[in-house]
Design a protein around this ligand. Structure first.
Ligand SMILES: NC(=O)c1ccc[n+]([C@@H]2O[C@H](COP(=O)([O-])OP(=O)(O)OC[C@H]3O[C@@H](n4cnc5c(N)ncnc54)[C@H](OP(=O)(O)O)[C@@H]3O)[C@@H](O)[C@H]2O)c1
Length: 293
């Protein structure tokens, strides 16, 4: 009988990253008298967004990052939101700006994202930072793919392997997850295939993959016969079932019996995304102030 997959414990990896960040924040405080500061902008009362923002603020507090939360009414107009972004862009105390998405329908999310100064764009969604990633400069990189890379590197190390030369398949081509993920894997010398909704037979690609990143936003899409025995599988999707429980894009019972390593939902990519947001804020703080540590 084959071994069950190694469970990639995102909570534990994120905890180690946050411990290291907490030490880095302490150094910034002691040696440079500066405290990294993240400004979060929340428009409206979407319950899921409010929960995500509360988690991010709490995570900041735990590592010693200062946080500011700007809560705006759901009826906020574009000009008013742009004014808030402008103020945060020019505030010397603010190192990172995060606009919680989705925004209410009357607002142009793309314009708001692009209005955030590149050196404070801790979400890594600005064209400038996406372009830098493509050019290999990796300024501030989107938190989910960057957090996944951290997770993958620890996992291959634990397995005594290397990412270099592996065939990686990314399911999904969104600007925030799939595309930057593919570029990061390419930078790690993987051979990368990107699948999307028009790919005729995604399973034919994943079956040959050493690494599968499932970011399609489709509950339990990836089944056992999609996976090569022993492959490393990262589940990015997060979905609430009718009974209130959570699942990902991967069918856990089937795939965990076939993969070599698999990240769970919850407790996989989610904690890494938040930890990476903190890492990006500390990084932005250092870069903006020209500090090396
Ligand atoms: N845990 C976290 O921190 C975290 C962070 C971000 C996102 N997520 C989750 O990750 C998932 C993906 O997020 P996203 O923002 O990238 O979603 P998205 O913008 O909806 O993109 C989904 C991508 O998957 C592709 N796709 C859809 N159905 C497919 C199928 N049957 N086969 C192959 N490809 C398919 C789409 O193709 P087309 O381009 O052709 O439409 C699209 O490129 C969501 O469940 C989201 O909630 C989790």
């Amino acid at each position: 009988m084959s071994q069950p997959a190694l469970k990639i414990d995102g909570r534990a990896i994120a905890k180690r990253l946050k411990k290291s960040l907490s030490n880095q924040v302490q150094t910034l405080r002691d040696e440079h008298r500066c405290v990294p500061c993240l400004a979060v902008v929340l428009v409206g009362q979407d319950p899921a967004s409010s929960i995500y923002v509360a988690h991010k603020i709490k995570a900041c507090e735990r590592v010693g990052i200062r946080s500011l939360c700007h809560r705006l009414d759901a009826s906020t107009e574009q000009a008013e939101l742009m004014e808030v972004i402008d103020t945060l862009n020019s505030d010397p105390e603010v190192d990172g700006i995060l606009v919680q998405l989705p925004l209410p329908a009357q607002l142009d999310a793309a314009a708001v994202t692009q209005a955030v100064r590149a050196d404070k764009d801790v979400d890594g969604f600005s064209e400038s930072n996406l372009g830098a990633l493509l050019g290999g400069a990796n300024n501030l990189v989107a938190c989910t793919p960057q957090g996944i890379m951290h997770m993958l590197k620890e996992t291959v190390e634990e397995l005594g392997e290397s990412l270099s030369g592996k065939h990686a398949v990314v399911i999904g081509r969104s600007v925030t997850v799939g595309r930057p993920m593919a570029i990061l894997l390419l930078q790690a010398n993987c051979t990368v295939t990107i699948c999307h909704s028009r790919t005729p037979d995604t399973a034919a690609h994943t079956r040959r993959a050493d690494v599968v990143i499932a970011a399609a936003g489709r509950p339990e899409l990836v089944r056992s016969d999609w996976i090569k025995p022993g492959a490393i599988v990262i589940d990015v999707g997060i979905h609430r079932r009718d009974d209130g429980s959570l699942c990902g894009d991967v069918h856990w019972p089937e795939v965990s019996a076939r993969a070599g390593a698999l990240s769970p939902v919850p407790g996989g990519v989610g904690p890494m995304t938040i930890a990476q947001l903190l890492a990006n804020t500390v990084d932005a703080c250092r870069k903006r102030r020209g500090l090396s540590r």
